[in-house]
Design a protein around this ligand. Structure first.
Ligand code: IMP
Ligand code: MG
Length: 175
């Protein structure tokens, strides 16, 4: 990759924030009678879900979904496709979607519809990053790690054309 990058959120900041998110999620779900399932949206959430699940002090299952994304472009599109569906039944369970980053909100909007049709007991989303921008669609995001500006970012699982996922911090790409 020829682009240069600039760190915007350090590994230490990420670690600290994930502990807080884990505590918040634990306290919100600890009295529920229903089983909990964390659903990671691949591939971008694979590192986040691995760290976050170890900070949630409630028994839970883990599952993954793969949704088609940008391809190798940096512009979102309205066509969200399921490439890999859930392996298990989430009917009657507390489903918490784990996402790397919310940009237009389109992916979450579509995933919410898909999961709702599976009749979970509850459905919420936790995203590591949330771009603060005006969105065409109105969406509610339950848990946000960090609000960021409208830059294209990479690292901690998040890629640019499949590169940079293994960076331990979040960086913006300088185009
Ligand atoms: P949305 O559907 O526009 O909200 O986009 C969500 C998905 O687009 C995320 O799950 C990411 O996979 C990808 N994405 C959005 N912004 C970025 C970015 O800044 N860097 C890398 N991927 C991004
Ligand atoms: Mg994603």
């Amino acid at each position: 990759m020829k682009n240069s990058i600039q760190m915007i959120i350090s590994a230490t900041q990420i670690r600290k924030r994930i502990i807080e998110l884990g505590q918040q999620i634990t306290s919100n779900y600890k009295n529920s009678q229903q089983n909990m399932v964390l659903v990671g949206l691949l591939k971008g959430s694979f590192i986040f879900i691995a760290d976050l699940c170890r900070c949630i002090n409630i028994e839970h299952e883990i599952d993954f979904m793969t949704i088609s994304s940008y391809g190798n472009n940096t512009v979102t599109n309205m066509n969200v496709k399921i490439l890999k569906d859930l392996n298990q039944d989430v009917c009657g369970k507390n489903v918490l979607i784990i996402e790397d980053i919310i940009d237009s909100g389109n992916t979450w909007f579509k995933v919410r519809e898909i999961i709702k049709s599976k009749k979970p007991h509850s459905l919420a989303i936790c995203t590591l990053l949330n771009k603060t921008k005006s969105r065409d669609i109105s969406i509610h995001i339950d848990y946000t790690g960090f609000y960021i500006s409208n830059d294209f970012v990479v690292g901690y699982g998040i890629d640019y054309a499949q590169y940079y996922r293994s960076l331990p911090y979040i960086a913006k790409v300088i185009f």
